[in-house]
Design a protein around this ligand. Structure first.
Ligand code: ZN
Length: 343
């Protein structure tokens, strides 16, 4: 097959985004490198930094002991910044560089060799008002995936703080607005992504029985006991609902010692997380969720052009070519189709 779909990247909100189409020096993802690697699809996140700190995520990840709660984002600020970032993706589509993933036909067109498909995602739903009056506008603009929270509290729930070692059981569950957002997303056909959700919120979402439980970028808690990783019970719930876990490439969420150490984090460790989920709930619930341009990744991977090496590593560890195709494309396709109310 030789191509893949990736469940999470933060490229839209990088400062050097203007060079995304033609290629850029830094970062982990751009269109030329996507083409070289065979990345024909992905979920493109709109992530909004706190205005008072230009970029405090790397500082967080270098503190494996954890950090305090991130301050809440103001809705008006997030709304303005998010429309700008989403506009970048729409402009890329108008220029013919990508095709927005609005229906599963858009995903299939990319698999057939068309322009890469980009699914518009909000990582933290602060851009949506708590009464959800702006949700239809976002849907009309192409929004097909919402992570209600990043790792901070908002009107919808409580993102899990970064802590190691720690369970994800930090803080209360979804608010009434968060539950309503989950219901409306299921109604409209929008993925409700539980990456960054704390455990109480995860179980609140599961109790709504609104569709497959999707976690776009996370690791396995039994291997790396970081609060951002999924417990066995959570993984089982993902399997029971026909959902999936996109395996993240961030060393801090992969390594048993919780350290953010890209230099000696082997690709085999990413495969180990995937194998754990596959053995526990089935390979049809495992997918890719890099977090490119949102985190450091193992040096052995480097950037998106390292993903073919990662897929070879899956083969070396006993995954069949059919299983690798499912992990690389088919599982995301199936779950997107179900969340979007299609086949
Ligand atoms: Zn994230």
């Amino acid at each position: 097959m030789g191509f893949f779909f990736d469940g999470h990247n933060d490229s839209l909100t990088r400062e050097d985004h203007a060079d995304f189409v033609g290629g850029r020096e830094g970062g982990q993802l751009d269109l030329p490198r996507m083409a070289a690697a065979g990345m024909r699809g992905g979920i493109f996140a709109v992530f909004i930094r706190n205005p008072e700190t230009a970029d405090w995520r790397p500082a967080l990840s270098k503190r494996p002991g954890g950090a305090g709660p991130a301050p809440e984002l103001d809705h008006a600020y997030a709304s303005a910044a998010s429309t700008t970032a989403a506009g970048r993706l729409l402009a890329m589509e108008r220029a013919g560089a990508v095709r927005l993933g609005r229906t599963i036909a858009d995903v299939d067109a990319a698999a057939a060799g068309g322009p890469p498909v980009a699914v518009l995602h909000l990582e933290g739903a602060e851009a949506i008002d708590a009464d959800l009056e702006s949700l239809d506008l976002w849907y009309a603009a192409g929004l097909r995936s919402v992570g209600p929270v990043w790792s901070r509290p908002n009107a919808f729930g409580h993102g899990v703080r970064f802590r190691y070692p720690s369970t994800p059981d930090i803080g209360p569950g979804l608010t009434a607005a968060g539950k309503e957002l989950a219901r409306r997303c299921a109604e409209l056909g929008i993925v409700f992504d539980l990456a960054h959700m704390n455990e109480a919120g995860f179980w609140d979402a599961a109790a709504l029985e609104a569709g497959p439980l999707v976690v776009s970028h996370a690791g396995v808690h039994a291997i790396c006991p970081n609060s951002r990783c999924l417990t066995d019970a959570q993984i089982d719930a993902v399997g029971a609902t026909g959902g999936l876990v996109g395996i993240v490439y961030a060393p801090a969420f992969l390594r048993p010692d919780g350290r953010n150490q890209p230099a000696d984090t082997p690709l085999a460790l990413i495969v180990r997380h995937a194998r754990y989920v596959a053995d526990r709930i089935g390979v049809e619930h495992v997918a890719l969720g890099s977090d490119f341009d949102g985190t450091e990744v193992p040096d052995a991977l480097g950037d998106v052009t390292g993903v073919p090496r990662l897929l070879e590593e899956f083969a070396k560890h006993g995954f069949t070519s059919e299983e690798i195709e499912a992990i690389a494309w088919g599982n995301w396709r199936r779950v997107l189709a179900r969340c979007w109310g299609e086949r």
